[in-house]
Design a protein around this ligand. Sequence first.
Ligand SMILES: Nc1ncnc2c1ncn2[C@@H]1O[C@H](COP(=O)(O)OP(=O)(O)OP(=O)(O)O)[C@@H](O)[C@H]1O
Ligand SMILES: [Mg+2]
Length: 279
Amino acid sequence: MTSASQAQPPTSAQQIAALEQQLAEAQKMTALGELVSTTTHEFNNVLMTILNYARLGLRHKDEATRDKALQKILDAGQRAAKITGSVLAMARNRSGELEPTDLAKLIEECLVLLERELSKYRISVEQQISAVPEALANGNQIQQVLLNLLINARQAMPSGGRVLIKLDHDKSSGTVDLTVRDTGSGISAEKLPRIFDRFYTTKKGPDESGKGGTGLGLSTCKSIIDAHHGRIRVESTVGKGTAFIIKLPVAKPLAQPQSPLPLPISPADFSMTPPLASS
Ligand SMILES: Nc1ncnc2c1ncn2[C@@H]1O[C@H](COP(=O)(O)OP(=O)(O)OP(=O)(O)O)[C@@H](O)[C@H]1O
Ligand SMILES: [Mg+2]
């Protein structure tokens, strides 16, 4: 006999929703894993520089060599601080909440983590960053998008090339536009409609840096941008390269109440979260 209070089995729509949630979590973990391995690698490079120059300074007693060694140690220490700063910045706002976000700063933080890897693959990075208003975004998620796009760009240029990162304000659409353009292989017209599909990949598996090959990167980018009420589109020419263009809404103060005496805008009108306290 079945009792009326017995739990109903999940419907297929509920099962699909649960699986989609699990996939989104899986991509987040993959992105995080890639970030950890990149950061550890970068940090190790900096540490090697510090150790080698400290040894050099101890071996050579002359002032010029010691000054040079100390300068190199200082530079490496500053780079290490930048790397940890970027990781801390990525750790903030894990909630998924949208807030006014400085995309130029986000780009800079991403590049601190990827610039060595890109230069190792002989990829130069050009930036065209205009003064833009803050976008309504979740910094952590947009960084995940940016990392996915930059890793794809790097993988499309196995013998080197150029990446252009552009930031513009499109006043007519009220958006901040972020473009990532590469000079890589390009995508053929028959593959292009599939690239945002889940699990669509042309890669054989992770490359020697342990990245790529699940086919979740772009589908995650699309879900994130959709959740931001933004747009992502692609332009590509085989043999010339590919550009991904993202449009995110500008963060505006909340609408003013219809009052005959307009109230001044207070910081509370922007749903800002306080910055992480530094310790
Ligand atoms: N910048 C690019 N240049 C050329 N092809 C690209 C570029 N970005 C994406 N692609 C194509 O789109 C496919 C899907 O990309 P997507 O990022 O979703 O998956 P992936 O990179 O194969 O695996 P991962 O889940 O690890 O990101 C890629 O396999 C590749 O064929
Ligand atoms: Mg990818």
